[in-house]
Design a protein around this ligand. Sequence first.
Ligand SMILES: N[C@@H](CCC(=O)N[C@@H](CS)C(=O)NCC(=O)O)C(=O)O
Length: 319
Amino acid sequence: MATRDVSSQSDISKMQRDPDGSFKRQASAFRNTIERGGKFEPERDRYHLYVSYACPWATRTLIVRKLKGLEDIIPVTAVSPRMGAHGWPFASADDYPGTDPDPLHQSQHVKDLYLKADPDYAGRFTVPILWDKKNQTIVNNESSEIIRFFNSAFNHLLPEDKAKLDFYPQELRVAIDSLNEWVYHGINNGVYRAGFATTQSAYEKAVHEVFDSLDKVEKILEGKEYVVGDRLTEADIRLWVTIIRFDPVYVGHFKCNFRTIRDGYPAIHSWLRKLYWNVPAFKDSTNFDHIKTHYYWSHTSINPTRIVPVGPIPDIQPL
Ligand SMILES: N[C@@H](CCC(=O)N[C@@H](CS)C(=O)NCC(=O)O)C(=O)O
């Protein structure tokens, strides 16, 4: 349990903005690598993944874990979507449907795991977390790195058909890296920069960047199945987790409302639905109730009544 006052780290309503009202995402602090011969060996029953189904960054890890068939090797625990003054709660602190207790430490909140790993930790208590049971610490809390470990570090423990799946293939790496970079800035983090802005000018700058970037993706996906090359890569996964939340949450809550995906972007909309309805790893990693409840309930500086809107109906349209 926390022995010092960490409320400025756990309470999202106390999150600092820059003097111009813009939101800057802090860098993740735990950045160890899982690799053979390293301090963190890829092993069965050694690592545990903590996620929220509401969180787009955590959902990346859920999707890759499932695509690669890592469910038996890396168990998962999901927190409550209602992130309050102490941050993300486990079921023992908020028994919301679809929420788990912490099976390893019986923690009340995600912050307890951070403070167990490092009592002096000074950052935010974010998900996802990849926990190492052997060293009793957080291996890594950066989703873009966790999905790379899941993509290849455990291959020797997997059956052939799963081991050979590669979502970051050598020949597409340059194209994937370059797409990831502007998609992160303009879309994944762009929606947060729009939604968390506290000045009109910071909001307007961000929201224009969001829609300029969506226009660019729409052009890429016209007549094409995937954003890079002709196969599913991590670039699709990283983009998809934001697009699936767009109409249900970002249009309203984050004021990204020039147009919706369903009515304004036919190529993105088709790509979104195909992955959702045709690939179980995407659908099974999506919980619209957790998604909507999290944003509308937790960000009281944006939505003080905590009323969760009923629409859009349906959350996602059929194919
Ligand atoms: N860089 C991290 C970002 C993770 C992140 O910001 N997660 C959010 C939820 S969507 C969170 O846990 N926020 C809690 C807080 O800031 O208090 C990653 O990609 O893994």
